[in-house]
Each structure stands twice: as structure tokens, then as C-alpha cells.
Design a protein around this ligand. Structure first.
Ligand SMILES: Nc1ncnc2c1ncn2[C@@H]1O[C@H](COP(=O)(O)OP(=O)(O)OP(=O)(O)O)[C@@H](O)[C@H]1O
Ligand SMILES: O=P(O)(O)OC[C@H]1O[C@H](OP(=O)(O)OP(=O)(O)O)[C@H](O)[C@@H]1O
Length: 223
């Protein structure tokens, strides 16, 4: 992948819905995966960049943060929802990439929930984000019991698993089609460049990468 003994920088990208939007931003920052990255029959999880200077790994969205926090990857792209949920101190998120916009919201059945602020002090919430959810409800003076799901949260209220859910909302179509209404937006979400703090301090290629992404994003705004 590279010549000499310096290992290539490892850059982690999420294989989900952010990827299509992320690839053009990455290209403007000079991070272009080798064509094999786009070959659906290729089962590799690590790919060289086109210029051979980097290794690009494709992992699940939540795992991008973990690979970078532990220094297994030096940089990556992930939603601010994931950054907030893990709150890894080893992660630094210096660039908002202005893609993957959505919000993390509390939703309940359209016909109303048994929970009323100021009346109930406890409720069950299905979510992929138990840490953010617990913290948010605590600030409302409510103790939330979180049931961790990895997808299809919207099914939980109608099946009696929980009174409410906390999930990502963009168009609101998924909530509406599952008989739910959005009650409170907990946070606005967008995708960020993340880097490992130690790598940023010790490897000049990481700070160069941050500069390249800053430029890629500001170029996009000017265009
Ligand atoms: N509806 C949406 N609109 C815009 N961005 C979204 C939306 N849903 C998710 N995202 C962003 O994309 C990221 C990845 O979401 P995606 O749904 O692709 O992953 P996932 O399927 O939940 O992940 P995994 O398969 O790893 O569990 C989220 O962390 C969030 O930042
Ligand atoms: O407001 P909307 O535009 O309908 O988008 C919201 C949906 O998008 C995300 O799911 P995704 O489609 O990524 O599938 P997932 O359940 O696999 O996470 C999120 O978890 C919601 O279910």
C-alpha cells in the first residue's frame, strides 16, 4: 500500500446511508478509494486508496467511532449522534461535513402515550441511543428505562415494548407510517470528520487530513 516502513493511515467510513454523501466530500479532500471498493462482489473490508497512501475500512456506523477512539483507525466519518452516544474522550471531531442531516427525537403513538410530564416519573423508551436518552430524560426529571434496539424502533410502541422511542428522524415518513408523532427534538445531527487525539498530535498526516477536509467543506459552501 505504501512504500517504506510507515504504515498507511487508516480511514474508517460507515457502510450505511452516509457513505454515498461522504464519497464526494472525501474525494475533494483527496481520499479516493480504489475501484475495488465499489465492487459489490468484493468481500474485502479494507481497501487501498487510489494513490496507495491510505487504507480505507468500511464498518458499521457505530463501529467507526470505536475503531478511531482506540487508534485502530486514525480518522473517519460518523454522525454526531454516534459521537454523542459514545462520548469517547479519545475522539476529536474538528470538521462538520454538512451531510447526513437529521435529528434525534422522542416520539410516541399518535393517539398519545400514558406518560405525562410532571405526572409520571418513570417510563420505558426503546432506542439505539440509551446514553443520550437517559441523560435527556434525566434533565426533564424523568427516570427512563431504556430498551436497546438496533433498528426498527418504530415498532416498539404498537407492540407494547415501550411507551416511547428515541430515534433519528429526517423526513418524518417512518414515524408517520408507523402511527407515531415526534414530540421533542433532542439534538440536530450531521456527519463529522473524526480523528484520534493522539494520532492528531503525533502524526502530521492526520493534521494535514483535517486541513484537507476543512478546505473540502469550505469549497463546497463557496461553490
Ligand atoms: N433518516 C436519516 N437521514 C439522514 N441521516 C441519517 C438518517 N438515518 C441515519 N442517518 C445518519 O446516518 C448514520 C448511519 O445510519 P444508518 O441508518 O446508515 O446506519 P444503521 O443502519 O443504523 O447502522 P448499522 O447498520 O451499522 O446499524 C446515522 O448515525 C446518522 O448519523
Ligand atoms: O424520517 P425518515 O426520513 O423516515 O428517516 C428516519 C429513519 O431513518 C433511519 O433508519 P434507516 O432507514 O437508516 O434504517 P435502520 O432502521 O436500518 O437504521 C432512522 O432509524 C429512521 O427509521
Amino acid at each position: 500500500m505504501t512504500s517504506g516502513s510507515t504504515p498507511p493511515l487508516t480511514f474508517a467510513v460507515p457502510k450505511g446511508r452516509i457513505l454515498d454523501e461522504a464519497l464526494p466530500v472525501m474525494a475533494r479532500a483527496g481520499v479516493v478509494p480504489h475501484s475495488s471498493f465499489h465492487d459489490k462482489a468484493d468481500r474485502s473490508l479494507a481497501f487501498a486508496s487510489e494513490d496507495g497512501a491510505m487504507r480505507i475500512i468500511r464498518v458499521r456506523a457505530f463501529d467507526v467511532a470505536t475503531f478511531v477512539a482506540f487508534g485502530a483507525a486514525q480518522a473517519g466519518i460518523v454522525g454526531s449522534d454516534v459521537i454523542e452516544e459514545f462520548a469517547y474522550s479519545e475522539l476529536y471531531a474538528p470538521v462538520d461535513l454538512a451531510i447526513g442531516h437529521c435529528r434525534l427525537s422522542v416520539a410516541e403513538p399518535a393517539e398519545g402515550s400514558e406518560y405525562r410530564p410532571g405526572v409520571a416519573s418513570h417510563l420505558r423508551v426503546a432506542t439505539k441511543y440509551p446514553n443520550i436518552t437517559k441523560r435527556w430524560f434525566e434533565r426533564q426529571g424523568v427516570q427512563a428505562e431504556c430498551v436497546k434496539l438496533n433498528g426498527a424502533m418504530e415498532l416498539a410502541p404498537s407492540l407494547g415494548l415501550s411507551g416511547r422511542i428515541v430515534d433519528l428522524v429526517s423526513t418524518g415518513k417512518t414515524l408517520a407510517q408507523n402511527g407515531l408523532v415526534e414530540k421533542d427534538a433532542i439534538m440536530q445531527v450531521s456527519a463529522r470528520l473524526i480523528v484520534n487525539r493522539v494520532a492528531l498530535k503525533t502524526d502530521p498526516r492526520v493534521s494535514a487530513l483535517v486541513d484537507a477536509f476543512r478546505q473540502a467543506v469550505s469549497g463546497q459552501v463557496e461553490a
